[in-house]
Design a protein around this ligand. Structure first.
Ligand code: NDP
Length: 503
């Protein structure tokens, strides 16, 4: 059947008579400013790009659902988790972190794993990564860390010196660096990787009880990774391979899924635990806190317009629903500010009204008004102040999170247990990795660290040595460093080590 003929219009719906020939004076020009269609078309084109995300610029997204498979009601009052079998629509965006919007999907980089749950109580965002830990634990270090993953001001090139200089001066990064330089740093696709909350979050129920929770989304496709050589090849042959893989899998009905579990810690356990459970450079060992299954997430629908839905999607770790709240994790506290702030810059103050970001289960109802790009007319006749006697929206005290006692001196506090920065990186190397994993890890590090200055190589290799002497020795041998020197540096304090590698 022939499709109905459509009329080309301006942005305001009026018909356009000709889209091939600019209005000119005479057949060879000049063009006339009275050609408002030309002016509109060029002016809109000039504004097609919005600021790229400063991190996680390259990404792919899809819709699907989350289904509760196990009873977790005693831990949280969140309604979307209240019943086995309950389904909630989700939108997920996967991404790389450091590269630009056109960068290769196969880059060695953590992968963003952000999930927006459109619950009946508003949107809840879980803004995680494919790694359970992070490089730094203090948000004050975040801009510096990201700069080291970007380009040098002078050459506009990535630079192994700045990458490793920062990491070797930031020993708490060694756990995440070990995961990043294992083959998990180059996942085969977005479907073949896990997602982790990273941070510990609070869950609370309607009895005023609360728990600390870490969330794991374990891929049902199985973990699959690229080798360094495969990743390099794909960066040239198909830089969008992960974007393509996700889109095509969903198009052919091969819907990827993840089993969602939580690790749960009581307030008493957190108080007694042998390290700070809010430190994002560490995992909670499965032996102490086993995974408790919660549900399953399935992605079954591609977006129809990448820009509208994926590029304009905006997540924030501060988007909670009643029953879920923040923890004292310092890095999380910084993110609670930064995500909304960057979206206001990138998309404008009314970015929550863009359909992909808009709450579907409830209508936002408050006293915030106006600002650029307001498209929501519902509140036009309502009072714009609180309190009021004109039936404006009222707070619901019963959803408040239980109070949480905090004591201590207000100060810039240094971390007082520097030696435990190395324990879990060492455990991963010794106890979890296979011989093949370790070979790949060493090869990947040698390939990258080999490009940095020798004094930086020595300082960084000493950190690997502190995680595990064999780990440090193998990196040193791979790069051609003096192993005795690395051993010596590993025995020094971080301050002494930095001094000794300044000559
Ligand atoms: P477990 O032996 O119980 O768990 C080890 C976990 O490590 C596995 O379940 C798997 O997590 C993950 N893993 C397996 N191979 C690799 C790899 N090559 N690179 C990165 N991670 C891998 O031990 P613990 O819980 O005591 O943790 C030991 C170490 O395992 C930690 O120090 C940490 O480095 C790593 N790890 C621990 C996680 C946790 O939440 N406890 C999560 C991920 C890593 P998964 O099932 O999530 O794929």
């Amino acid at each position: 059947m022939a499709k109905k003929k459509r009329t080309l219009t301006t942005n305001f719906g009026t018909p356009v008579d000709d889209d091939q020939n600019t209005v000119t004076a005479g057949s060879s020009g000049p063009a006339l400013i009275q050609d408002v269609h030309l002016i509109e078309k060029l002016a809109h084109f000039d504004r097609e790009r919005i600021p790229e995300r400063v991190v996680h610029a390259k990404g792919a997204g899809a819709y699907g659902y989350f289904e509760v498979t196990h009873d977790v009601i005693r831990y949280t009052m969140a309604q979307f988790l209240s019943k086995i079998g309950k389904r909630t629509e989700v939108f997920v965006r996967f991404s790389t972190v450091g590269g630009e919007r056109g960068s290769a999907d196969s880059a060695r980089d953590p992968r963003g794993f952000a999930v927006k749950f459109y619950t009946e109580e508003g949107n809840y965002d879980l803004v995680g990564n494919n790694t359970p830990v992070f490089f730094i634990r203090d948000p004050l270090k975040f801009p510096d860390f990201i700069h080291t993953q970007k380009r040098l001001a002078a050459s506009n090139l990535k630079d192994p010196d700045m990458f490793w200089d920062f990491l070797s001066l930031t020993p708490e990064s060694v756990h995440q660096v070990t995961i990043l330089f294992s083959n998990r740093g180059t996942p085969r696709s977005y479907r073949h990787m896990n997602g982790y909350s990273g941070h510990t979050f609070k869950r609370y129920n309607d009895k005023g009880e609360y728990y600390w929770v870490k969330i794991h989304l374990i891929t049902d496709q199985g973990i699959q990774n690229l080798s360094r050589e495969e990743a390099t090849r794909l960066a040239g042959e198909d830089p969008d391979h992960a974007t393509r893989d996700l889109y095509e899998a969903i198009e052919r009905g091969d819907h990827p899924s993840w089993t969602v579990s939580v690790q749960i810690m009581t307030a008493e356990q957190a108080g007694d635990y042998h390290f700070n459970p809010f430190d994002i450079t560490k995992v909670l060992p499965h032996g102490d806190f086993p995974l408790i299954p919660v549900g399953r997430m399935v992605l079954d629908r591609n977006p129809e317009n990448y820009f509208a839905e994926v590029e304009q999607s905006a997540f924030s770790p501060g988007n909670f629903v009643p029953g879920i709240a923040a923890s004292p994790d310092k890095l999380l506290q910084g993110r609670l500010f930064s995500y909304h702030d960057t979206h206001r810059h990138r998309l404008g103050p009314n970015y929550h009204l863009i359909p992909v970001n808009r709450s579907k289960g409830t209508a936002a109802d408050n006293y915030q008004r106006d600002a650029a790009m307001l498209t929501d007319e519902r509140t036009g006749g309502d009072p714009n102040y609180y309190p009021n006697t004109f039936a404006g929206p009222e707070p619901r005290p019963e959803v408040a999170e239980p109070p949480f006692e905090v004591t201590g001196m207000a100060a810039r506090q240094t971390y007082t247990h520097p030696n435990d920065d190395f324990v879990q990186a060492g455990d991963l190397y010794r106890k979890v990795m296979t011989d093949e994993d370790r070979d790949h890890l060493i090869g990947n590090i040698v390939d990258h660290l080999g490009g940095a200055q020798k004094r930086i190589q020595l300082r960084q290799t000493a950190l690997f040595y502190k995680a595990d002497p064999e780990y440090g020795r193998h990196v040193a041998e791979g790069i051609g460093l003096d192993v005795k020197k690395v051993e010596h540096l590993a025995g020094l304090s971080q301050e002494e080590r930095v001094k000794a590698t300044m000559e």
